[in-house]
Design a protein around this ligand. Sequence first.
Ligand SMILES: NC(=O)C1=CN([C@@H]2O[C@H](COP(=O)(O)OP(=O)(O)OC[C@H]3O[C@@H](n4cnc5c(N)ncnc54)[C@H](OP(=O)(O)O)[C@@H]3O)[C@@H](O)[C@H]2O)C=CC1
Ligand SMILES: CC(=O)N[C@@H](CCC(=O)OP(=O)(O)O)C(=O)O
Length: 343
Amino acid sequence: MSLTVAVSGASGYAGGEVLRLLSTHPEVTIGSITAHSNAGQRLGSLQPHLHSLADRVLEDTTAEVLAGHDVVFLALPHGASAEIAAQLPADTLVIDAGADHRLESADAWQQFYGSEHAGHWPYGLPELPGRREHLRGARRIAVPGCYPTSSLLALSPGYSAGLLQPEDVVIVAASGTSGAGKSTKPHLLGSEVMGGMSPYGVGGGHRHTPEIEQGLSWAAGESVQVSFTPTLAPMARGILTTATAKLRPGVTEAQVRQAYSDAYADEEFVHLLPEGQWPATKSVLGSNHAVLQLAVDAHAGRVIVSAAIDNLTKGTAGGAVQSMNIALGLAENAGLAHQGVTP
Ligand SMILES: NC(=O)C1=CN([C@@H]2O[C@H](COP(=O)(O)OP(=O)(O)OC[C@H]3O[C@@H](n4cnc5c(N)ncnc54)[C@H](OP(=O)(O)O)[C@@H]3O)[C@@H](O)[C@H]2O)C=CC1
Ligand SMILES: CC(=O)N[C@@H](CCC(=O)OP(=O)(O)O)C(=O)O
């Protein structure tokens, strides 16, 4: 099989990462690649690491350019992807890296994004209980946000096994600056970010809060409340998430460890590390893998789970390609053979 695939937002970080992965995908021919202000530019001038595609020219992001491909990846600001997606044929597989179609709740969308809700598509985190089935044969897929990917991988096994209480969940995550995209923002200047760390979106206002609550509530089968705080870290890529939740009375560390080990035993891309080894962002950079470790704090009655991903790979483009593979019945790991890059 050879699929023709279009990538929009190809001048940005997420679109560039989709292209990096697709360029080694055995079933894919890369068709149109599109941009907005950079339409007409040579890809190599904007994504100098994509050597084999350097001479390709970016086209305008329009439905006419994107239609006619088997698969379309949208790596656009939220709002722009819903507008384009609505104009694409129903039998085209459309995979949206942006937020427009992640939330089921129109009220949560309105509260956190302040615009009209575009609807809900199958959620592209195959390791979340029940989600892989929704992706098989899907023609529309919403790729999770990067913080939700790491947070849901960190806590969903504890919830699906019924071991954790639904209130008082606390998640603090540090992200590399590529999470914010390529466009210039004063707080992302090198002189602001280098050599220090600071939180943002503190106090429950970050738009990934309802997405994390949604995924944990699916896993728990009841409503889960989360306090989420993101932090900007002086690195280009990677997320390190620390997630803690209260254990239900009588739950032991052995039970929790068994639940995580069972949940991820057959997952190629998610690894509960051997006891005593803690996640490091460097170990997953450039790969679709996630690494986890947990401990029970008996004094506080809480489980603490640490998770590391690459925000651009498992946190966006890798999850998107993995979901494409599932939707089309391809090997789930096609195009995703990359190991981490370190040091
Ligand atoms: N960065 C990350 O870690 C993650 C990103 N995402 C999501 O992926 C999407 C892309 O993010 P990212 O790559 O980081 O952002 P970038 O700012 O790096 O790239 C944005 C891309 O969208 C294009 N674009 C900008 N405005 C418009 C518009 N009005 N219409 C069409 N295209 C437009 C840009 O084109 P041009 O350069 O030509 O102006 C560029 O190709 C976002 O929805 C983001 O939330 C999701 C998870 C993680
Ligand atoms: C470091 C940084 O700024 N990260 C981004 C999240 C990136 C992401 O997943 O964004 P979407 O939900 O928009 O797709 C942020 O906090 O807004």
